[in-house]
Write a protein that binds this ligand. Structure first.
Ligand code: PLP
Length: 398
């Protein structure tokens, strides 16, 4: 169906109901664009317009669209074996578990539980922590986001996301993301503290190293598990493989998802020595998780995002990007690291700007609040394309 059938963008831009929405639930504010193709940092819509993508499916297409190594891995594996389930081994599952365990640097004996999404990886972390300390509380922090299923949602203290779905899961405590508040919240009845080292969904707020260190110390003092949710900020997004690397803190477990399989659904709980042996047969499971196609794609992605040269380039270009963003009109603040950045806008509606960016500048951006624009370019983007994107953004803002 062409965009012409939804004048003004249909329901999302106030143009009346769009026929494309007739059988889609209304929980997404979709833009009136129908994408048909992607390559690297570029997308094409059904009318043939070319776009620069600085949203990457919300930190999913970190290696760009249709990266040749990912396409090849999916094609080869899907011609050989697509599904066999978790009562057997497959090579891609075993190899990806080993690669993730090693790359996480959580220590000897690290083990992986695969899932199909981020929220399921968080559920696995919560269940693992609760089994380790029966009936223990889960401490999370304000502005955090951990997913939409009931456990993950209960650890996501955002009124608008939680309120319609109450009652939530009992035993969750939310505190400010400060060293004092976390220290005060953790005691002998705490099962886990869960944090994003860079809070993504709420608008890119890196947590200071002192907060991570305080969480580590509090968990150590009381035998609680420290879980870092790296679903968005991990796998190279910040110019480091993991968001905590600069802090010197090592968590007990890590959740990953989004970018891991280049766009196929996947997630994983990477459990370090303190949590690796909690699950026993029958405790937890997932039909599709750890399937050979998504794990083959994951191996191809880790080859790309684990490359120290790529990560160094993301750090350097990320600094240049912050500087360019700081110089833009109407920008009052720039937050973030590497290719995970946000800008605060003065007097400009960020949601409206996202729509204008698509239509006027063929730039794919994301807003996290009426004043906040989030930029998540592919880690593989040509720096010249990043400059081009900021030039287009400047045109929109002036
Ligand atoms: C996106 C996200 C999730 C949820 O992942 P889904 O795959 O959408 O379930 C959880 N935690 C963080 C930090 C995220 O960014």
């Amino acid at each position: 169906m062409s965009d012409a059938t939804c004048p003004g963008g249909g329901s999302t831009a106030g143009g009346g109901p769009c026929p494309r929405d007739r059988h889609l639930t209304a929980n997404y504010a979709r833009q009136p664009v129908n994408f048909v193709r992607g390559l690297g940092a570029r997308l094409w819509d059904a009318e043939g317009h070319e776009y620069l993508d600085l949203q990457t499916g919300l930190a999913v297409n970190s290696v760009g669209h249709c990266h040749p190594a990912v396409v090849e891995a999916i094609a080869a594996q899907s011609a050989q074996l697509i599904h066999v389930g978790n009562l057997f081994y497959t090579d891609p599952m075993v190899r990806l578990s080993a690669r993730l365990a090693e790359a996480s640097k959580l220590g000897d004996g690290t083990k992986v539980f695969f899932t199909n999404s981020g929220t399921e990886a968080v559920e696995a972390a919560l269940k693992c922590a609760r089994k380790r300390r029966r009936a223990g509380t889960i401490v999370s922090v304000h502005r955090g986001f951990h997913g939409r299923t009931y456990g993950a949602l209960s650890a996501t203290p955002q009124e608008s996301k939680q309120a319609p779905f109450a009652p939530l899961v009992p035993g969750f405590v939310a505190v400010e993301p400060t060293a004092e508040a976390i220290t005060a919240a953790v005691d002998g009845g705490t099962a886990a503290v869960i944090l994003e080292t860079v809070q993504g969904e709420s608008g890119v707020y890196p947590l200071p190293a002192e907060v991570l260190r305080a969480a580590r110390a509090a968990c150590d003092a009381h035998g609680a598990a420290l879980v870092f949710d790296e679903i968005q900020c991990g796998l190279g997004r910040t110019g480091h493989l993991w968001g905590w690397e600069d802090s010197g803190v090592v968590p007990d477990a890590v959740t990953v998802a989004k970018a891991l399989a280049g766009g196929l659904p996947i997630g994983a709980l990477v459990a370090g020595p303190a949590m690796a042996d909690v699950f026993e047969p029958g405790d937890h499971g997932s039909t599709f998780a750890g399937g050979p196609v998504q794990c083959a794609a994951g191996l191809a992605v880790l080859d790309v995002v684990g490359d120290p040269e790529l990560l160094a380039a993301v750090r350097a270009a990320g600094e240049r990007l912050s500087e360019r963003l700081r110089d833009l009109p109407a920008v009052t603040e720039v937050r973030g690291r590497g290719y995970m950045q946000a800008i605060e806008l003065d007097g400009i509606d960020a949601f409206a700007l996202v729509g204008r960016a698509l239509q006027e500048q063929r730039l794919v951006l994301n807003a996290t609040s009426p004043s906040t624009l989030r930029l998540l370019p592919p880690l593989t983007i040509d720096p010249a394309d990043l400059d081009e994107a900021t030039t287009r953004l400047a045109a929109l803002l002036s």
